[in-house]
Design a protein around this ligand. Sequence first.
Ligand code: ACO
Length: 325
Amino acid sequence: MSFARIAGTGSFLPPNVISNADLVSRLASKGIETSDDWIFSRSGIQSRRFADGQTQTSDLAAAAASRALSAAEIGADAIDLIVVATTTPDAVFPATACLVQRKLGIRNGCAAFDIQAVCGGFIYALTVADALIRATSVKTALVIGAETFSRLLDFEDRSSCVLFGDGAGAVILRSSEEPGILGAALHADGQHAEILKVSGRIADGGVLGDPFVRMDGPAVFKLAVGALEAVSQEVGAQCGLEMSDFKWVVPHQANIRIMEATARKLGIPADRVVSTIREHGNTSAASIPIALDQACRDGRIRRGDKVLMHAVGAGVTWGALAMQA
Ligand code: ACO
């Protein structure tokens, strides 16, 4: 049996660090009150990065991809599939994946497309790439989560604008005889479409409707923990693994309280949960590959370790994936 295995990871964060104090003064200038203490105690976030006006999602994605290619020690021309999970594409079309292909100088005609499952996007993208590697002639896939989420934030809505940040993470997924991705499960339930959304759309030469993130925070919180627990157990059962078999959990970095509550329900100790939310905030589809890259580079995740990833996002979408590093 052949597998798809991660051969290298990379990430890129825009240099502009926005602290909670920066947001407190930005909101204060509009007469809106918040505090470092409120933001940190409710979300675990101390700072996040915002891309400057010239930087597009595809720039962050291509930078993360270059680092993943170096880590895997392969050239860009070896890539025969590009999948980008993003909620904040450079344009309605072409797909950000095609723009990344161009920025990396890949001219071999490989397939390239985007996946839109919001914060659940990276799990969706990795699962699709895994399936294509096992079912088609694709041997080497570049799978990216990339966001310029700051562009969707309403800095007059203190309940959502303090939570999100920008960044990108990438993995090189290669066909392998050695175990890599062991199993995955994806779900969605459009009945909950209203609890987290950017409902505006482009039409007739402008944006029709609301161009900003709107969120029912308590509803998201409640739904997220139950969905993540169930799908993690589902993937564990699919692979014949107990939660205690996973050396590391790399969750979507939604909010430290969601991450901790989910780990508690799964019986996974907090020190086995990879967390970058303090410095990066919630980078939506980018958060898992950024956290994965950090934990691989700092030596926490080692070859052979069993790793569980899980995510929930607007839609709502959710999923989990088990792999052997
Ligand atoms: N600063 C100060 N006060 C605030 C702020 C802020 N930035 N934002 C909201 N408040 C106020 C509210 O106005 C409210 O005041 P009121 O009682 O006078 O009306 C009070 O704080 C409590 O508001 P709640 O929304 O009930 O606060 P809660 O304790 O639920 O925390 C939060 C809000 C952090 C959003 C929480 O609901 C949560 O963690 N939800 C999960 C949402 C999430 O993580 N989303 C990430 C994106 S989704 C994803 O990635 C899956």
